[in-house]
Design a binder for this molecule. Sequence first.
Ligand code: SER
Length: 347
Amino acid sequence: MFTRRRAPLREKITLITGANGEVGHGLIEHLAATRSAADVVVLDLRGLDEAMRGKVNRVIVGDILDNELINLLLNEYEIETIIHLAALLSTHSEFNPETAHRVNVQGTLNLLKLAIEQGKSRGSPVKFIFPSSIAVYGLPDAETKARAGAVKEQEYLYPITMYGCNKLYCEHLGRYYAQYYQQLSAMPSMGVDFRCVRFPGLISANTMPTGGTSDYAPEMLHAAVQGKHYACFVSEEAQIPFMVMPDAIKSLLLLERAPQNMLNHYIYNVSSFSLTAGEIAERVRASFAGADITFDPDPARAAIVESWPRDIDDAAARAEWGWQPEYDADRSFEEYLIPTVRAIYAK
Ligand code: SER
């Protein structure tokens, strides 16, 4: 008499790509502190910083463009959620536009396909959490930017950077894979549960971003605490929205956990405060008396910042999944950025 062999159960995991970047670090620290990160498998070209390795289930050093690796993940795990953070940011992408396209677009496509295949094998859609950016916007001139105020999700979608084009297209890919993938086949796919937030410029007290164009804010702060001179590459008047890392993590996890029947959109702006570069410098100087900050705008990078909105309207996120930032500008500097950088650099 033969009994049917039961397949061993695959391990249920959350996959985080680009985990060694600054959002990845913030996310892993938060997950490790608040709930078990034991089901988290991370994938990053550079692995994961030593201090964080013990906090996750497994670290895979690898490339999201490597199809064999994607297949291995597909077969080895039951992936419930993919948090796809891997990307080349806007300044880096301008120096290597075709590489950026490969990483930002083909890499995202590979992961969406992985999510589709996983969904089929486990019988329910995989959650796909995707951080997009204010870089998807492109305002034509300063006057329009001033007039536009807080921009809504569907307005001014004319990005002037490769990164912005990549993110905007990937938002569309996500919507397509969620709703229309294999729409003409006899058995249409169940799709992916695609959920996307558009971040403003992010500022972390713990890490420095690499290759972004909103980086002047964190660079100013981290230079001041170390007593270094900082020449800001945009003018004092340049203004875009910002958010501190704890709120960025909060938004990703709040969206991930939102019941699907609450969500009427795939893409949501999230915002907390908007400051000019001059106002950021003032706040940094107020805390670090000798802060040596000058303004020496680089026209090309400044033009990118100029094309991004002064503020973004996040009413949909607030109404549908209860988004609310915890840190306004005052609290960001007084309770998070300044004390944390002081403590870190005092070590
Ligand atoms: N921080 C990003 C960048 O500067 C924009 O989202 O590229």
